[in-house]
Ligand binder design. Structure first.
Ligand SMILES: *Cc1c(COP(=O)(O)O)cnc(C)c1O
Length: 551
């Protein structure tokens, strides 16, 4: 007699991919996935949204419990698909929301295969050639960004924040040796720009440095760290006997695509090492999770311009390359393939210039001179994580192979030229102002003004003149209103979804400046969708004006 549980196990076996080749069951597996994709497809329309805008019911969600019996796969997938309803389609040309890419098919498959076979990057035994894929990607990106792949190393980790965590941890071990064992016993500081990602604060708190020890250096109007102020702040810390755990250079700020000057930062660092006879070299970590991809232009011939970019695009790409070409000067680099590399989440890589740095964070390092010397690959000895998924490296490898340099150059060139078209149009109108004109990425920050505002002088006064505080606030509100109207339209399939940032930077007198934000990252973007942004702006302006002066 079969016990009830045996029947259940027998049924559930159908819910797993078969361990031994079974073509009929393979068809069931693939078809189940296909059915799910079909159901997702039914959610598509002209709007950049799957399904409809959904009201999210967390109260109902909290009522959810595990049911007693099993459910058919079909029922489960239908329920999963339903959870995508209301999602933005980030790859839609009418979506210019944030630095969220559309993943390529190659990278989706790269993420899917490890999902089926569960390689674990903790060690060689459990990851086999998927672990080799990690090493391949580390070598490829090292060479791309100016590291010597024979000297460099790296590790895939849990997001851009994770890359900064590793970078600062390495620096902390250099500044305060053996913190790994003994813990932190003296104040150690992180220096970064005021436009750096808040990941720097998370890292400071999680590493036990404390967020008070994050020193934010003011930036230029181009959102670039003022290296002279970095120098004076760092000198003060050293004079007071503090340690510098790390200097974080932001290579592509989140809102504005500002780029720090790594070569100036390195000069500052080297000068201070001499001046104070430091017995450690303060670690420079480049947070290049956004900007890294522009490394493909390091050896592009802008003069011959073989890919045929238009002049304005060439200027923008070359302007970015000016800073990105110095990435090799950093001691470690954070890279998000899931931002400007078009992979699914999560695919983040920390690169270190000198692989031996990883010894600083290795468990049992003094007893095991293991690193690459036994000829085996055991990242688990120095990773914070134990289990690490193979999805990140496989997805990254997929895209690096799919694109090559020319593919990534062309995609980025296209996105930047679309952003340049938007800027040209925004600059051509009296009522709109581009705020990050000196940052040459796919993101444009801009402000819209009502009739009668002199946009030749107002943006500057908003930034610099404290007596303009009230106007700045009023104009902030005006931009929020414009945003709400554009957003409402976009959700109806009219116009384009953009986003808004509550503080793209503070004014010189400490007031947040609101900006509208267009992040063009869809490979399907085209000029007509850029023009649609402008159309939406004019309509929103007209509606606000009409509500103020009802006829
Ligand atoms: C997005 C971002 C991060 C955080 O990366 P995640 O992958 O989201 O964890 C860090 N720094 C910068 C500059 C970013 O834009």
């Amino acid at each position: 007699m079969t016990a009830p549980y045996q029947t259940i196990v027998q049924d559930l076996r159908q819910a797993f991919p078969q361990p031994v080749s079974d073509r009929v069951h393979d068809a069931y597996f693939v078809f189940s996935f296909l059915r799910a994709l079909d159901q997702v497809d039914a959610l598509k329309s002209v709007t950049p949204l799957l399904g409809r805008p959904e009201t999210l019911d967390y109260d109902a969600a909290r009522e959810c419990r595990v049911q007693k019996g099993t459910l058919p796969l079909e029922t489960v997938t239908a329920e999963l698909v339903d959870h995508l309803s209301g999602m933005f389609i980030f790859g839609h040309p009418r979506a210019q929301i944030n630095v969220v890419p559309a993943p390529t098919i190659a990278s989706i498959i790269g993420g899917l295969l490890p999902s089926i076979y569960n390689p674990n990057l903790v060690s060689e035994e459990s990851s086999r050639k998927v672990g080799v894929a990690e090493v391949e990607v580390i070598a490829m990106t090292s060479a791309l960004l100016g590291y010597d792949p024979q000297q460099s190393g790296g590790v895939f980790t849990f997001g851009g924040t994770g890359t900064s965590l590793y970078g600062v941890k390495l620096g902390l071990e250099k500044a305060c040796p053996d913190s790994f064992r003994k813990g932190l016993r003296e104040p150690a500081y992180i220096l970064c720009s005021e436009r750096a990602h808040y990941a720097a604060l998370s890292v400071a708190s999680w590493l036990g440095l404390g967020t008070d020890q994050v020193v934010q250096i003011p930036t230029t109007a181009d959102n670039e760290m003022r290296s002279c102020l970095l120098e004076s702040q760092a000198r003060q810390i050293l004079k007071d006997g503090g340690k510098i755990a790390a200097i974080i250079a932001t290579m592509g700020t989140t809102d504005a695509f500002g780029l720090d000057d790594l070569s100036a930062i390195r000069d500052v660092r080297d000068r201070l090492v001499d001046e104070f006879h430091l017995d450690y070299i303060p670690h420079i970590h480049a947070d290049a999770v956004i900007g890294w991809a522009w490394g493909v232009f390091n050896d592009y011939d802008f003069h011959l311009n073989p890919l045929g970019f238009r002049h304005r695009t060439v200027r923008a790409l070359a302007g970015t390359k000016r800073h990105i070409q110095h990435l090799g000067m950093a001691d470690s680099i954070g890279i998000d393939f899931h931002k400007t590399g078009f992979t699914p989440y999560v695919s983040s890589l920390l690169l270190v210039k000198n692989v031996h740095d990883l010894r600083l964070i290795s468990r049992g390092q003094d007893t095991t001179p293991y690193l690459f010397q036994s000829g085996t690959y055991h990242p688990g000895k120095y990773t914070l994580e134990t289990t690490r998924s193979g999805c990140g490296p496989m997805a990254a490898l997929a895209n690096l192979r799919l694109f090559g340099k020319d593919g990534l150059r062309s995609l980025l060139g296209h996105l930047v030229s679309m952003a340049e078209v938007l800027r040209e149009q925004l600059e051509g109108h009296a009522a709109t102002t581009v705020l990050n004109g000196g940052n040459f990425g796919p993101v444009t920050l801009f402000r819209v003004y009502p009739d009668g505002v002199d946009t030749f002088t107002v943006p500057k006064r908003e930034r610099e003149d404290a007596s303009f505080r009230e106007q700045l606030r009023a104009n902030n509100d005006y931009n929020r209103q414009i945003f709400d109207l554009i957003q409402a339209d976009a959700l109806q399939g009219k116009g384009v979804v953009i986003s808004m940032t509550d503080c793209y930077r503070e004014s010189d007198y400490g007031e947040p400046i609101v900006a509208l934000k267009s992040y063009i990252l869809s490979p399907f973007s085209e000029e007509r969708y850029v023009s649609a942004v402008l159309d939406s702006i004019w309509q929103a302006r007209a509606r606000i004006a009409a509500s103020k002066n009802p006829a």
